[in-house]
Design a protein around this ligand. Structure first.
Ligand code: 5GP
Ligand code: ZN
Length: 111
């Protein structure tokens, strides 16, 4: 690696508006927000997509899910939030580094 944009954001080469970080993930504001609050949770480790997960990533994935409520709370999403993981071209994934969208802060369109 790498010219991966999210690796550059996690290592600080590209600046981002970080709202949370720990040893495994960082969370920052999406540059083109699709909701009043639109965050991206990104593992520090480069994994391209859900399709590339192995059992070695089980701890990381559990950590991401278990960290969500605390991140949402800190972002003021007391009323709830939506999480989205796009996978591959057919799933609308534009950045090939696994990430979870966290959206909220207003009325979201029906799904
Ligand atoms: P995807 O379509 O891959 O699921 O989502 C990628 C997201 O990353 C998009 O919502 C896009 O706005 C966001 N994004 C792309 N480049 C950057 C960047 O350089 N900085 C930030 N903060 N967000 C980015
Ligand atoms: Zn990467």
């Amino acid at each position: 690696m790498n010219d991966c944009i999210f690796c550059k954001i996690t290592d600080g080469t590209i600046p981002s508006d970080r709202v949370y970080e720990d040893e495994q993930v960082i969370v920052f504001r999406d540059i083109y927000p699709k909701a009043p609050v639109h965050l991206l949770m990104v593992p520090r480790q480069h994994v391209e997509s859900l399709n590339d997960l192995t059992p070695a990533h089980d701890g990381l994935m559990a950590h991401m899910l278990r960290t969500l409520p605390e991140v949402a709370r800190r972002a003021g999403l007391t009323d709830g939030y939506r999480t989205i993981i796009n996978t591959g071209r057919g799933g609308g994934q534009e950045v090939p580094h696994l990430h979870m969208h966290i959206l909220g802060g207003g009325r979201l369109p029906g799904f």
